[in-house]
Ligand binder design. Structure first.
Ligand code: NAD
Ligand code: ZN
Length: 354
């Protein structure tokens, strides 16, 4: 097992990453709780909910809220629905919310916990690879029609208990999606971690030692960044490596065509190519490409138009005067934010699509 301490401004919490630790949840609780409310989805709950509940203290009262999977759950309606269930379960300020699932459940349950009676304790129990990112750093949110994650707060959990056994049932597409963000962390933070990932023939969701190593390496990079920059002023921006084109691809191809991480992987290839051109760095692009191919990442973009992708990139919140602010790398482990003008971007996207 690996344990990483994350220092937030008001408190700090431990992230524990291990195999089988769902059977001893009580060991990771910062105190005892009489009334516990657990949120999960219908794909995850049948596999792991009972183990987690059985590992709580025997006299705790437990209420379950099992919802339909998917991004649509991060809605205002679901937010109020969960709040209602929490009042029904008579949770008070000393109660606990458990978020058992991926980033959707973590963001949603965390946001509810942050506002119920001005905030009650919550614990993240991540079950996806991507959740190494979403469960650490304290950002919780739901979506508004205007955009994703626009209703939210900074509200750290009191603990994160990450049982890598749960990854065995995660669909391959979701494994790829989460690993793209791990590669991203390696590129922005840690060359040794990047070597560790590239040295592997294939991703293996059944290899617990590897998962513990990879997830905790990613969490360490993310922790360093959020500790330096808890409220997203400067450093957190670097976590957007690959996301400028990635978001544009997700939207242009139609949501659901690529998973978020698959689109980010393509966006990273683009950002790294641009970085090599601009700074003359060697960013191991061949190794990255070969790793993506070995792991069946979809790298073919179905007839997307460069002009439309660039327009989308300009609509991104980081863009000013048609210039786009992108995260690039001077070297592995040295991210920078750079302005890229329209013509340069258009030419680069056009040649990238060819
Ligand atoms: P997700 O929570 O939707 O999970 C992906 C799918 O896998 C779902 O269908 C889920 O039911 C299923 N699943 C999850 N774990 C499983 C398991 N162990 N076995 C079988 N099926 C399983 O998606 P995600 O990729 O984990 O998270 C995406 C969300 O995270 C987005 O809403 C995004 O905005 C958010 N996010 C938040 C932050 C943050 O800092 N708060 C950071 C990154 C992403
Ligand atoms: Zn992302």
């Amino acid at each position: 097992m690996e344990q990483i301490t994350v220092k937030a401004s008001q408190s700090s919490y431990k992230v524990s990453v291990g195999a089988g630790i769902r059977h001893r949840l009580a060991d990771f609780l910062p105190k005892t709780y009489q009334n516990v409310f657990i949120v999960s989805d219908t794909r995850i709950a049948p596999h792991y909910l009972d183990d987690y509940i059985a590992s709580l203290l025997p006299n705790a009262k437990v209420t379950k809220k099992i919802i339909e999977p998917g991004e649509a759950a991060k809605s205002k309606e679901m937010y109020f629905d969960i709040l209602d269930s929490m009042f029904e379960a008579q949770l008070d300020r000393k109660s606990l919310v458990l978020a058992l699932g991926g980033g959707v459940i973590g963001d949603l349950a965390g946001f509810v916990a942050s506002t119920y009676m001005r905030g009650i304790d919550f614990i993240q129990l991540p079950t996806t690879i991507l959740a190494h990112d979403s469960s650490v750093g304290g950002k919780v949110a739901i979506n508004h029609e205007t955009g994703k994650n626009l209703i939210g707060s900074f509200y750290p959990p009191v603990a994160v208990v990450y049982d890598v056994d749960t990854i065995t049932t995660l669909p391959e597409k979701e494994v790829r999606s989460g690993y793209a963000e791990l590669i991203k962390e390696a590129y922005i933070g840690d060359g040794a971690f990047l070597d560790q990932l590239f040295a592997r023939e294939k991703l293996d969701k059944g290899n617990q030692d590897q998962l513990i190593k990879d997830l905790s390496s990613g969490i360490k990079v993310k922790t360093k960044i959020v500790e330096a920059d808890e409220k997203e002023n400067d450093m957190r921006k670097f976590l957007n490596l690959g996301h400028t084109l990635g978001h544009a691809i997700e939207a242009e191809a139609g949501y659901g065509t690529f998973t978020h991480g698959e689109a980010v992987a393509i966006g990273m290839l683009f950002a790294l190519e641009l970085s090599e051109k601009r700074f003359g760095a060697n960013l191991l692009l061949d190794e990255f490409q070969s790793w993506l191919e070995r792991n069946q990442y979809p790298l073919y973009l179905p007839d997307l138009s460069a002009a439309r992708l660039v327009t989308r990139m300009q609509m991104d919140k980081k863009s000013e005067n048609k210039e786009v602010h992108m995260v690039l790398l001077r070297e592995i482990g040295q991210p920078v934010t750079e302005k890229v003008d329209h013509d340069t971007l258009f030419d680069a996207v056009t040649s990238f699509l060819e």
